[in-house]
Design a protein around this ligand. Sequence first.
Ligand SMILES: [Zn+2]
Length: 314
Amino acid sequence: MDLQTLLKKSESKLNSVHPTLKAKGIALVEKAYAEGIWILITHGLRTMEEQNALYQKGRDKNGKVISKKDVVTNAKAGYSFHNFGLAIDFAVYNPDGKTINWTVDSKWRRVGAIGKSLGLEWGGDWTSFKDYPHFQLTFGLTCADLRAGKKPPVSSGTSNTQSGVIKKGDNNNNVVALQKKLNSLGYGLTVDGDFGQATFNAVVSFQKKYGLTADGIAGKATLDKLNAILNASKVETGKENDTKTDEGDDEPMKLAQWQKTTIIEGVKKYNKVIVDGEPVINSPQTWIDKVNDGTLTAGELATLTFAIVSRTQN
Ligand SMILES: [Zn+2]
């Protein structure tokens, strides 16, 4: 699988989270890829409504459990960093590039280490409950702070950059966009949203090549030139119409027979794992029926995968 395909698959999840986390998530996919590890970002923002809908399953209006087998989470809305766009979950692909490796192995741990090197907190380091697929970026805030209305620092998206100038030391989505554009011209930068020395050098090199002031600051003249060149090359190659979005969570998954078997075995196995008095996977027969009927969706597969991998090493 090539890197662009891989990034495309995670795009919608990464677009749902805080820009700084998004940039780090992209860098995570890229750095892992560079080491031969293919990862998928399986979850990003989970809205309060989605969290409440999940919490409501198996409960009555007052939150009292009425059907234990249908309960899927103990977390109410506002008790997960996912609810604030400050967490992502990942999973590691098998070498076939289609299925997920459900066993937390050295590759999973390596991704954990890469994420930490990018400044993310990894759920695999937690002592009481290990959440291997989970990374969060808290900016020193707790969920209680966030529920009380405290906000993480706004890292500027395109709309709130005052000057339109992108320079060394910046760390935001504008830098992500700049790095991607420079990479389209072959600069090979890590797209992490951090305007460091490598990005500076690339900008200087670009400016020299096109007769601009070579100050390493991406101001209007530099950005206009960059956009003009990229737009011209798109017209030439007709690449503009690359609008294929990812398949979406609600599409049923086409699964090979061996994949079906693997999922069914996983579901049965982890239904036997009891955590806090509840099976990790509730109502396994429902899942088995979905697999057999061919109605298991991509979103459900991701959820199942998440449930299974987060317990594998416990
Ligand atoms: Zn998570």
